[in-house]
Write a protein that binds this ligand. Structure first.
Ligand code: HPA
Ligand code: ZN
Length: 337
């Protein structure tokens, strides 16, 4: 193993952009489908994996929502989440902030309670058995209307303490942040932090709207900010982190080669960038694979990679005492390396 890979594998880190439905590995999908007496369109794990070829975000979303429709019971959501936690633990993820899409499951007739109770039971075991901390980010699907987002907020009320933040995901084209101005205002009123996917397939204008209109604490992706200096300045002034996902960007053709990934230019502009896996079961790699692939493509050195891991803790929604503890662990790792 080369020195850089060795450094990344052992590097303490937080993951801040991870859709739990996007961690659904084909093997587990077949197992859960059989358990629920569901016939998949694909005959085998290999055939399913072969279908993971996407030309854009929508191509991916169509397959991702089809996969998620296999999830029916609390045990299914538990198993999905637990499998991710065990995998992330192997990558030295100390803390993870997980997106979930309740509207996807509710459209399949699954109660909100089933989804959140399955996920949170696994998160609790993650803390007790693996020593990992975590929090939940409930996403609004932006291809649905704002009324649906508002009613989801009401439905989540009994679980207010289990949800740290509200997010916005799904198809960015045609569904700009301002479509959800009222729902995000309500989320703030209820005391949630907020984040939003913006500037993945959309323009820098969407990043500005997410910050100024939705008042997000972080922008998910944010790739297109480099096309507008005033948006870069806005992100810098307000210290808004970006949760970048290099292998996702490659698979969804947001970048055509990892050598073209904007992370290095963003670091040169002193933006607070992090590396994450987005939907690792679909995009060919977990968080360390993302760190390794983009570091090699752009020739990042150990110091730059260590800074990205530091950013992951600085950008997290951790309470200050835990943040400090993890930053100390990271410091010690760097001093010993
Ligand atoms: N973008 C938007 N919506 C998503 C994504 C993404 O990368 N992954 C899962 N839902
Ligand atoms: Zn995402």
């Amino acid at each position: 193993m080369d020195n850089l890979t060795h450094y990344i594998n052992g590097l303490p880190k937080a993951e801040l952009h991870l859709h739990i439905e996007g961690t659904f590995e084909p093997e587990l999908m077949f197992k859960i489908a059989a358990r629920n007496h569901i016939r998949l369109k694909f005959g085998s794990v290999e055939e399913l994996r072969m279908a993971y070829k996407f030309n854009n975000l929508q191509d991916f979303l169509d397959i991702y929502y089809a996969g998620a429709s296999v999830l029916r019971t609390k045990e299914d959501f538990y198993d999905l989440t637990w499998a991710y936690l065990e995998r992330a633990h192997m990558d030295n993820v100390l803390h993870t902030e997980i997106f979930f899409d309740p509207q996807t499951h509710m459209a399949n007739g699954i109660p909100f309670k089933t989804v959140i109770e399955g996920i949170t039971a696994a998160l609790q075991d993650g803390t007790e058995k693996l020593g990992m901390t975590s929090c939940l980010i409930m996403c609004f699907l932006r291809h649905l209307d704002e009324e649906s987002a508002l009613s989801l907020l009401e439905m989540a009320k009994p679980y207010r303490n289990q949800i740290t933040a509200i997010g916005l995901d799904s198809s960015e084209r045609g569904n700009p942040p301002e479509k959800f101005e009222r729902a995000f205002a309500k989320a703030h009123e209820y005391g949630y932090l907020t984040v939003a996917h913006a500037g993945e397939e959309g323009s820098a204008y969407n990043i500005r709207s997410a910050v100024e209109i939705l008042k997000v604490a972080r922008v998910d992706h944010g790739n297109s900010c480099l096309t507008d200096d005033s948006v870069v300045d806005l992100l810098k002034e307000r210290k808004i982190p970006l949760t970048l996902c290099p292998l996702s960007n490659l698979k969804l053709k947001v970048v055509h080669r990892l050598e073209d990934h904007p992370i290095l230019k963003m670091m040169e502009k002193k933006l607070l960038v992090t590396i994450n896996s987005d939907d690792p079961a679909y995009f060919g790699g977990y968080v360390n694979d993302n760190y390794i692939a983009v570091s090699k493509a752009l020739g990042l050195n150990v110091e730059q990679i260590g800074r990205i891991a530091k950013n992951s803790f600085l950008s997290s929604f951790l309470p200050e005492t835990t943040r400090k503890k993890y930053l100390d662990v990271l410091n010690q790792y760097n001093m010993a390396f």
